[in-house]
Design a protein around this ligand. Sequence first.
Ligand SMILES: [Zn+2]
Length: 407
Amino acid sequence: MRSCRLCGSELTHTFVDLGMSPPCESYLTADQLDQGETFYPLHVRVCEQCLLVQLPAYIPPEEIFGHYAYFSSYSDSWVRHAEHFVEQATARLGLGDESFVVEVASNDGYLLQHVVARGIRALGIEPAANVAEAAEARGVPTEVLFLGEETGAKVAAEHGAADLVVANNVFAHVPDIVDFSKGLRALMADHGTLSIEIPHLLRLIEGHEYDTIYHEHFSYVSLLTTQRVLATAGLTVVDVEELPTHGGSLRTWSMPVGTAVPASAAVARVLAEEAEAGLDTLEGHAGFAASVAKVRNDLLEFLVGCSRDGKRVVAYGAPGKGNTLLNHCGIRSDLVEFSVDRNPFKHGRFLPGTHIPIHPVEALAEARPDYVLVMPWNLRREIASQLEYVREWGGRLVVALPELEVF
Ligand SMILES: [Zn+2]
């Protein structure tokens, strides 16, 4: 029996079953192509009691995050996003030299460096030791640990309670979301505020963004289910903002129940929008599997058509999340010859499961393919301008999401 990570009820309803897939960041070397590969289920369920959409922890998180190689500062736009957030939060909460800010999953200090620069005391909490080292080098004090109620209380006892706790894009990635929420509360002062950024289930459903489903992404939340999770830790959402990041995210501001200010009109507005889409009922979650099947059918029809007509197709971008789509559709190098990516680490390696080779971007101009399948559909505008030269030989770009489009 699978039980809900929020309320403990038995999980009997499927949200979408994407079959079996290897861990999405496990790029293979040429030697590994002749070895076996471990595939795990990607079966997402929705709890009929609390409506939390969730994926079980099929892979132990220590295995995924213990040696996480991603450094947030590699992305310029992400660092700018963080700087803007710090500016906004400082003004909103009136933070000054007496204040204390803690960020959970603080990575390499990409965000807290802006807090430190303002002369505000800061502490990062980061489970990956090598990434935490980079933060320390940047002048951001960092504790290497996984947050839970116990470790949160320990940090607060040692460093003091925080006026602001930030947890951006980590909430969905913790298997024990209740213990994690209690950990967030333990870090906070009684008058403190918690800010969370998290992909919005409503946008995932509307945009058919099923490639954002992968093994490290355990919970897919609405504002309604976020409220329910935070309530287990005595926290209540007082404000919410809708952001364009990650295909559409929510930024929630929460406070302890005892000291919380009244919820803003935005909270009621987003809840109403979710109810309009049916996300306050089990039935409202039923149509997603059919949308996913349509995306797969359209993409495969297109690729099989190209194969029949002798047209060449290559992929642009080898992001981890693209692997969910490729594996679910069973697309291998027979349908997509190779993929190109800007990250040199990936060159000469192969995508997990599908074994599509990854080349430097220059390979595109050499091969002059008829179609370039753009995997990071959320960056299509930026990528289209980078790939303007594809038109010189009559090539066209293609995205699979939110629906198949050749442009
Ligand atoms: Zn539940």
